[in-house]
Design a binder for this molecule. Structure first.
Ligand SMILES: CCCCCCCC/C=C\CCCCCCCC(=O)SCCNC(=O)CCNC(=O)[C@H](O)C(C)(C)COP(=O)(O)OP(=O)(O)OC[C@H]1O[C@@H](n2cnc3c(N)ncnc32)[C@H](O)[C@@H]1OP(=O)(O)O
Ligand SMILES: CCCCCCCCCCCCCCCC(=O)OC[C@@H](O)COP(=O)(O)O
Length: 287
């Protein structure tokens, strides 16, 4: 077929999809999420050879390449990030970064602020997303098996040693799963054990609620603004395993307060909690 016809075909298809998306919010939602996944695949197709050629294999240095590609995604969805407190990432040496996790769209927010030499902890199922899994592997993502606490803890203890030896920061989602209820889930303790074992600071990062522009239950996915705040590091020098619960609580409360402020909502005490969710949260691999 002539290239001219192909271009016309693509243009007509895009127009058709656009009209469909405008007519039905549900179709628009599926198309936009599909487009997001496609962008991830296309981005990975670009990033994999770049990472292999420039850095030769699995290394945190690949995160820079991945980050620069992913930072362009927001323009396709009309998303804006307003970032405060980037200077709080400027701690010498390793640290544990903890942040709230609302959706697979978080990956854009993550790359928007990701400091150098920082890898994430992710569920091992993500390795099976083909080329996207491969790019995560090349970027140095640490994969854990959430179904086995023993093996997850073993992996994390190993990380406590290597992060200090190799001077890397580790980004953990302490809720342990995506949560778009407009509130926080209780924090799991792995991140805080890790910080105390390695005696490194915890840097909390908070993203405002997505519920005004993204809601899988009502099939809402429009453009929107996300406020991000990087909070001051919390030191753990001298803390022992007895202090894990206190450290977890302290981070939870500080982050949750900030979350409500950033989301422009009343303070948590006057609020409904995750017990009365008005937003459905997916449990499938991606949505
Ligand atoms: C170029 C284009 C590219 C496009 C493509 C994109 C590529 C982008 C590349 C890269 C981006 C990557 C993005 C990745 C994003 C991934 C997101 C996810 O997958 S989120 C899910 C996984 N993450 C977690 O789950 C972490 C948080 N979880 C934990 O830390 C848990 O604590 C865990 C898993 C370690 C254990 O989970 P438990 O469910 O058993 O829960 P507990 O209550 O915390 O632990 C049980 C007991 O064990 C103790 N414990 C936990 N950890 C311990 C430890 N290390 N040592 C000793 N005790 C420990 C605890 O204190 C608790 O005991 P007591 O209740 O206090 O008595
Ligand atoms: C099976 C083949 C699928 C091929 C499609 C690949 C396209 C994948 C693009 C999405 C990549 C986005 C990465 C973000 C990772 C993420 O945020 O995962 C969420 C989970 O960690 C949280 O776990 P949970 O909420 O418990 O399922």
């Amino acid at each position: 077929m002539e290239p001219g016809w192909l271009l016309w075909g693509a243009a007509v298809l895009l127009l058709l999809l656009h009209v469909l998306a405008e007519l039905s919010p549900a179709v628009g939602f599926v198309l936009r999420l599909g487009w997001y996944c496609l962008l991830c695949v296309l981005g990975s197709l670009l990033a994999v050879p770049a990472c292999l050629l420039l850095n030769g294999g699995r290394t945190v240095r690949n995160m820079r390449i991945i980050k620069n590609i992913v930072k362009a995604f927001k323009y396709f969805f009309g998303l804006k990030f307003e970032v405060k407190g980037l200077e709080n990432f400027e701690v010498e040496g390793p640290a544990i970064v903890v942040s709230n996790h609302q959706s697979i769209l978080d990956m854009m927010g993550l790359m928007e602020v990701l400091p150098d030499n920082c890898v994430q902890v992710g569920k091992k199922e993500l390795l099976y997303t083909g080329i996207v899994g491969l790019i995560m592997y090349l970027g140095g993502v640490i994969f854990i098996n959430r179904k086995s606490t023993t093996s997850a803890k073993m992996v994390m203890s190993e990380v406590a040693k290597t992060m200090v030896a190799e001077n890397v920061k580790v980004w953990v989602y302490p809720e342990g799963t995506r949560n778009c209820t407009g509130d926080f889930l209780p924090f799991k303790k792995g991140a805080f054990h890790l910080a105390i074992q390695a005696q490194v600071p915890v840097i909390p990062v908070v993203y405002s609620s997505f519920t005004s522009f993204y809601n899988p239950k009502t099939k809402l996915f429009t453009s929107g603004k996300i406020k991000v705040e990087i909070l001051p590091p919390i030191e753990t020098k001298g803390l022992t395993s007895d202090d894990v619960s206190d450290l977890t609580d302290r981070c939870y409360h500080t982050m949750r307060e900030t979350f409500f402020v950033l989301s422009g909502r009343p303070s948590p005490s006057e609020q409904w909690g995750p017990d009365q969710p008005d937003v459905w949260c997916g449990t499938a691999l991606l949505v």
